[in-house]
Design a protein around this ligand. Sequence first.
Ligand code: VGL
Ligand code: ZN
Length: 194
Amino acid sequence: MTERLARGDALLIVDVQNDFCPGGALEVPGGDAVVPVLNRWIEAAREARIPIYASRDWHPENHISFVDRGGPWPPHCIQNTQGAAFHPDLQLPEEAVIISKGTDPGRDQYSAFDDTGLAKRMREQGVQRVWTGGLAQDVCVRASVLDGLGEGFAVHLVQPATRPVDVNPGDGERALADMREAGAIIEEEPEPAP
Ligand code: VGL
Ligand code: ZN
């Protein structure tokens, strides 16, 4: 059973964007299945009046992570395209804070905490514990969870709210193990505590 959301908590939704969902440029298998789960967490976060942050991969056309520049990924999440938009069913409220990353053509930024000011913002809001989910479990969620722990936050990963891209079989499982070892709490329940 998960603990109740309370003051000092925050919800961090990582990269729930069309390009990471089925039919997108960098498809995560079953990626869209995280949307209804995260919508319940958004509702619970609003009821508990805790801050909601949503990161997005927000690349220029010539980003260094793209195959044509020798990177590992097909072009994806290009600024102001449909692929970069949040999944249309994700019920992000007006007050959600959007964190854009991967905007520098020459540098990757997998973590929502990497040079985005997110940790500072969270501290200013009195955040101590972060509940998170999103895409992809073995890339940006993993990097964000590890950085969040490194910044001194308690981090709870809602496992039913994330999916791996699994470029190599087992990447998702290894990412879970890495996060757990680093001190993240892996929550198996899809629902927030009532
Ligand atoms: C991501 C691959 C490339 C992610 C971003 O959000 O997990 N994955 N860029
Ligand atoms: Zn990217």
